[in-house]
Design a protein around this ligand. Structure first.
Ligand code: NAI
Length: 385
């Protein structure tokens, strides 16, 4: 299949690599020749490393590189069967670009967006044939992260969805189908991992290092919330939180945190600026956690039940199937277990009683247990088997 990728930044370059590694002819277009050159040089480095490690032959490397052509002219997309847009996250710009793309390609060409936060329905609204619009949301780094969220909009045809699903599975990715709702699956369900950790810190229950320790040592997560926010960047993570909060009509469950806002305002973005919740300057030792088992378990359980409640809400509102919600969190953000499977293991009754306790104590809407959770407990049900 001939694939066009628009935008040669972090995501576009990664998506072009995935497509080329799976035998697609790719045209990568960016406004900036500089970005194209960078993408080309970077791909050479990445593939050379794979050759050194013995996971790729020299011939494969040459073939993959040969399948990608680089251009600053969108007209080179003319014969593409699919275009994946990965440019700036700005709706006005995307509208203009999608209208332009449609005037270049055939009527069968699928027009996809890799957007993290914009509505696919809105992006497609500028098209004469909006049945060809779809969201294809990769995770960073695209060549390594298995998950792809596939988001049909209200306008998307069955055919566009079926072709996209087949392609993503051909690319050996884990495709999950998700309703066109804010944050899709991962960026919605994962909110409490950050938000509840920040809240626990703000209440003075524990410091950053202790919360991170609880989530990694007791919870088995690869990274604690504060380390992860520092890695993602507090500017980026805060912007996602704010956008999800606004998109949900200010549902208090998604309320952003002043702690994170102040860190962002101070320029404490994290690793990339040398300072975030932690100080990454050379010679500075990272703070030590208070390794108290009881405290750690309390922190971990509170964050976990909030995550589970959010995962259940996604199923309750038909954002995705229970299977896809679990696949999304294990393949998109490396959670040690699917949240719904985890809920079965610790017992739905237990999850409900912990949430009820928090709700009772705080009287805040963010702790309200999901109706599906209540219903399942009442009927003595599990998510799986
Ligand atoms: P980036 O800033 O690294 O790259 C964007 C590229 O688009 C730049 O090279 C820029 O020159 C080019 N560009 C801007 N306007 C253009 C236009 N009109 N025509 C052609 N090229 C244009 O951005 P990044 O991080 O790769 O994100 C791109 C998209 O992917 C955004 O929609 C973002 O929300 C989404 N996304 C980002 C993820 C991430 O972790 N960075 C993860 C998943 C999705």
């Amino acid at each position: 299949m001939k694939v066009g990728v628009l935008g040669a930044g972090t995501m576009g370059a990664g998506i072009a690599q995935v497509a080329a590694q799976n035998n697609c002819e790719v045209v990568l277009v960016d406004l900036s020749q500089d970005m194209l050159t960078k993408a080309e040089n970077n791909l050479d480095k990445v593939l050379s490393r794979l050759v050194e490690k013995g996971t790729l032959s020299e011939d494969d490397k040459i073939n993959i590189q040969g399948r990608i052509s680089y251009s600053t002219d969108v007209r080179d997309f003319k014969s593409s069967a699919l275009i994946i847009e990965a440019i700036v996250e700005n709706l006005d710009v995307k509208h203009k670009v999608f209208a332009d793309l449609e005037s270049i390609v055939s009527n069968e060409c699928i027009l996809a967006s890799n957007t993290s936060s914009l509505s696919i329905a809105s992006i497609g609204s500028v098209l004469k044939n909006p049945s060809r619009v779809i969201g294809i949301h990769f995770f960073n780094p695209a060549p390594l992260m298995p998950l792809v969220e596939i988001i049909p909009a209200v306008q998307t045809s069955e055919e566009t969805l079926a072709t996209t699903k087949a392609l993503i599975s051909n690319w050996k990715k884990v495709g999950v189908i998700c309703k066109d709702t804010p944050g899709f699956i991962v960026n919605r369900v994962a909110r409490p991992f950050y938000g509840e950790a920040l809240r626990i810190y703000e209440e003075g229950i524990a410091d950053f290092a202790t919360i991170d320790w609880a989530m990694t040592s007791i919870g088995g997560f690869r990274m604690g919330p504060f380390t992860l926010m520092d890695y993602i960047g507090n500017d980026v993570n805060y912007a996602v939180t704010e956008s999800v909060f606004a998109s949900f009509y200010f549902d208090p469950r998604f309320k952003p945190s002043f702690t994170q806002k102040r860190h962002k305002e101070a320029g404490f973005y994290g690793k990339k600026t040398g300072r975030g919740y932690y100080n990454y300057a050379e010679g500075v030792e990272l703070p030590k956690p208070t390794e108290q088992k009881e405290l750690g378990e309390k922190i971990f359980n509170r964050i976990l039940v909030m995550l589970i409640n959010e995962a259940i809400d996604a199923v309750f509102l038909n954002v995705a199937t229970k299977e896809d919600v679990d696949l999304a969190m294990t393949n998109g953000v490396n959670y040690p277990k699917g949240l719904l499977k985890w809920a079965d293991e610790i017992g739905l009754k237990n999850v409900l009683s912990q949430l009820e306790e928090l709700f009772e104590e705080y009287g805040e809407d963010r702790y309200r247990p999901n109706p599906l959770l209540r219903r399942m407990v009442k009927n003595n049900q599990h998510f799986f088997n």
